[in-house]
Design a protein around this ligand. Structure first.
Ligand SMILES: [Zn+2]
Length: 238
């Protein structure tokens, strides 16, 4: 297993809903931001479906969740948050989404991209089905990293808009179970909890929830010799 990457200069995190990246990776993001990395969050959906409140509407929820994501980003030191506002629950790894992501890669020119693992469908151990939007965001991002954003003849109109092709050096896929790379988030664990508290429409930050986050981070960290960790699959693109 590899551990603790050298702080990247420029990071793009692509995910499906406001809160996804904060649950999975905010300790790592906070650590890198503190060390001077430029971080961009790209949220693919409007997050308009994640509520059981009978009075809630997708439009209202979407606005609440965007505000929550901006508040969480501020805590982390993430300066730029882009919302693509595709419909929550209906995200598909089609060419529209792939072009949206490719365009941001060409604009921001990240050396490292983090996204969700599209091969993760379910967990028997945790009794859990991975949301189809998570898989769609991950699939589209991988395809955007290679070959779409890298090779200039894809979306040739981007060049006319002043956007040159871009080669991403490292891809990290969020992985809770079968990870091959671990980041030590011990010093940032409190920041991670604070970030999650910003997503008030999604999490009741009670003792039970906090205990679950703590336990999951502890189990991941333990495999790498850290008190708390976040796990990824790391792909170095040569
Ligand atoms: Zn999600």
């Amino acid at each position: 297993m590899t551990k603790n990457l050298k702080t990247p200069k420029n990071v793009l995190a692509v995910f499906a809903h406001p809160d996804d990246m904060d649950f999975s990776s905010s300790g790592t993001i906070a650590k890198w931001a503190k060390k001077g990395a430029t971080i961009t969050y790209l949220v693919c959906t409007d997050g308009g479906k994640g509520s059981e409140d009978p009075l809630m509407t997708p439009k209202k929820l979407s606005l609440i969740r965007q505000k929550e994501q901006l508040a969480a980003a501020k805590i982390l030191g993430v300066k730029d948050v882009i919302f693509l506002t595709h419909k929550d629950g209906e995200l598909a790894p089609n060419m529209k989404l792939k072009e949206d992501i490719s365009k941001v890669i060409r604009q921001k020119k990240p050396d490292l991209v983090i996204t969700l693992d599209p091969t993760f469908l379910y967990s028997i151990k945790r009794g859990f089905i991975n949301h189809s939007d998570h898989r769609a965001a991950g699939q589209a991002t991988i395809d955007a990293v290679f070959p779409l954003a890298r090779d200039r003849l894809n979306f040739p109109h981007h060049e006319k808009q002043g956007l040159s092709s871009h080669k991403v050096k490292t891809l990290l896929l969020v992985a809770m179970e079968d990870f091959t790379h671990c980041e030590d988030i011990t010093s940032m664990f409190k920041v991670k909890l604070k970030t999650l508290r910003a997503h008030a429409s999604q999490v009741a930050m009670d003792g039970v929830f906090e205990k679950r986050v703590r336990e999951r981070s502890r189990i991941i960290g333990k495999k790498a010799g850290f008190r708390y960790g976040e796990g990824f699959k790391k792909i170095d693109l040569s």
